[in-house]
Write a protein that binds this ligand. Sequence first.
Ligand SMILES: Nc1ncnc2c1ncn2[C@@H]1O[C@H](COP(=O)(O)OP(=O)(O)OP(=O)(O)O)[C@@H](O)[C@H]1O
Length: 271
Amino acid sequence: MTALLEARDLAIGHGRRVVAEGISLALKAGRVLCLLGPNGGGKTTLLRTLLGLIPPLSGTVRLSGEDLRGLPRREVALRLAYVPQAAPGGFAFPAREVVAMGRAARLPLLAAPGRRDREAAEAALARLGIAHLADRPVTELSGGERQLVLIARALAQEAACLVLDEPTASLDFGNQALVLRQIRALAARDGLGVLMTTHHPDHAFLVADAAAVLHRGGLDGPAPPEAIVTPARLRAAYGVETVIGTVETPEGPRRVCAPVVAGGMAATPPR
Ligand SMILES: Nc1ncnc2c1ncn2[C@@H]1O[C@H](COP(=O)(O)OP(=O)(O)OP(=O)(O)O)[C@@H](O)[C@H]1O
């Protein structure tokens, strides 16, 4: 099976400044890849490079085997949907219209959304459990609600691959679980490929088939979460001691990651 999204020996950065190099990864349909790493490690830079929003310093990005550089923006948008980090501000559009904007790449230039587009927007709202927010201006929503609207907008795009930058960052505990459940279902049930960044190593255990850590100018992984999320690697990446254990859940045994906060900080924090 050809990967939906693939990076080969990628170097990423801004201008001439290299943020990380030697990055290779592949994301297949129906899989979730969790990207971890400390603040400033380069996660957003990597996502934006994979999306073609900033050029790689070297190496290649392929979408379903095709070099990203040869694809028009519109074609990229039909294959990859991006949920950027939630930012305050913006226009007071109703949530329904913001979600419908996810259909833009599927419409002829300046065409109004049709019935199929409105249905896709409604379905995306319902799927994330926010149909009741459809008429509310997004500027009046809580940060968490707004994040769910942005995810619904990406779903409405109906791309084969979802790229989410910290999709749970501003969400409360319940909404985090809702979003993670949706992410898993989108991969398992609908066969989407999902690449997400997170600051919670536990999310890799919860939803991911593979995890990778971007730190110290390189990428560890991707590999199965249990091979990547280890006390040694978390110490190297975050400078914190952790305990990894297994708990019983209704879905079966699951690994969990607990930081040690009482005098357990590593002697040498990263960079
Ligand atoms: N537009 C830019 N121009 C120049 N340097 C940038 C730009 N955006 C980010 N950087 C730098 O690139 C490095 C990686 O930043 P990036 O935002 O990719 O990290 P991150 O892992 O996503 O961080 P966080 O977890 O805090 O969101 C940082 O040193 C940052 O200062």
